[in-house]
Design a protein around this ligand. Structure first.
Ligand code: PEP
Ligand code: MN
Length: 285
């Protein structure tokens, strides 16, 4: 046998993540926020506008979520926009509107932090800190998220492999925050009809590799509101622990992501559909 033909690899390959792996924690982890829990039998729905635009808009959305029994209101106060000329968000003023909506309608709030400065504000005002696809590998930001005392919704990067996504989660866990909810929101492929390609297989694959809850964002995957409900149904059927869906009181006038935003009647219809799917797979919504 020559020197290069050894039966064992010269260096043992170490797993790139440990704390978030199923080996480390064989049971599903449950991330509790207020009176809800991600990773138990109930599929948690989060919905609201892409961006916080005004008091009227946020209150209308929050009131409708309350009416439908959607427990978490989404809405970005800091928006990472592809064009520097697009609406960049209302900042702290937007966070205060979300907090006001929580007081009035009893919904929990998830909203995105884009850097260290916004993270401090988001951690103060929101219930769940969202880290967006574009920041999934902002390692300094991930370290800082590890130190906030709020659960994090960690979106998968546009071109991130599942291992890279889990290593991003490992950063957060290794820096002290075990309350991580993973969010698949579509990845970039050669297909251009949809905005991104929803990787439904990420649900069973991540659930095998990791104990963390996995939620699906069909809105940023589809890019068109008509395709959001079918993807949401597929996600629930495949075992997602939650959904995050963009809804706007008047999508035609939305300052961001209008084409993929549902109006209120469409969200109501989607809720009825996903409830039926959830029942069929032994879950509730
Ligand atoms: C969003 O949730 O509005 C958003 C910007 O999402 P993503 O980071 O997945 O593009
Ligand atoms: Mn959006």
């Amino acid at each position: 046998m020559g020197a290069t033909e050894t039966a064992e690899p010269m260096v043992s390959v170490r797993k790139p993540y440990r704390l978030v792996s199923r080996d480390f924690h064989p049971e599903n982890s449950v991330v509790r926020v207020g009176n809800i829990a991600f990773g138990e039998n109930r599929v948690i729905v989060m919905s609201g506008p892409c961006a916080v635009e005004s008091r009227e808009q946020v209150m209308a959305a929050a009131e409708f979520m309350h009416h439908l029994g959607v427990p978490v209101l989404r809405g970005g106060a800091y928006k990472p926009r592809t064009s520097p000329y697009s609406f960049q968000g209302m900042g702290v003023e937007g966070l205060k509107l979300l907090a006001e909506a929580r007081e009035r309608y009893g919904v929990l709030v998830v909203t995105e932090a884009v850097d260290h400065e916004s993270l401090a504000h988001v951690a103060e005002w929101a219930d769940i800190v969202q880290i967006g696809a574009r920041n999934m590998q902002n390692f300094e930001l991930l370290k800082a998220v590890g130190q906030v005392g709020k659960p994090v919704l960690l979106k998968r990067g546009l071109a991130a492999t599942i291992d890279e996504w889990l290593m991003a989660a490992e950063y957060v866990a290794a820096h002290g925050n075990p309350n991580i909810i993973l969010c698949e929101r579509g990845i970039r492929t050669y297909e251009t009809k949809t905005r991104n390609t929803l990787d439904i297989s990420a649900i069973p694959v991540v659930k095998q590799l990791s104990h963390l809850p996995v939620v699906i964002d069909p809105s940023h995957a589809a890019g068109q509101w008509q395709w959001v409900a079918p993807l949401a149904r597929a996600a629930v059927a495949a075992g997602a622990d939650g959904l995050i869906i963009e809804t706007h009181p008047n999508p035609a006038e939305a300052l961001s992501d209008g084409p993929q935003s549902l109006n209120f009647p469409h969200l109501e219809e989607l809720m009825q559909e996903v409830k039926r799917v959830a029942r069929a797979v032994g879950r509730e919504i």
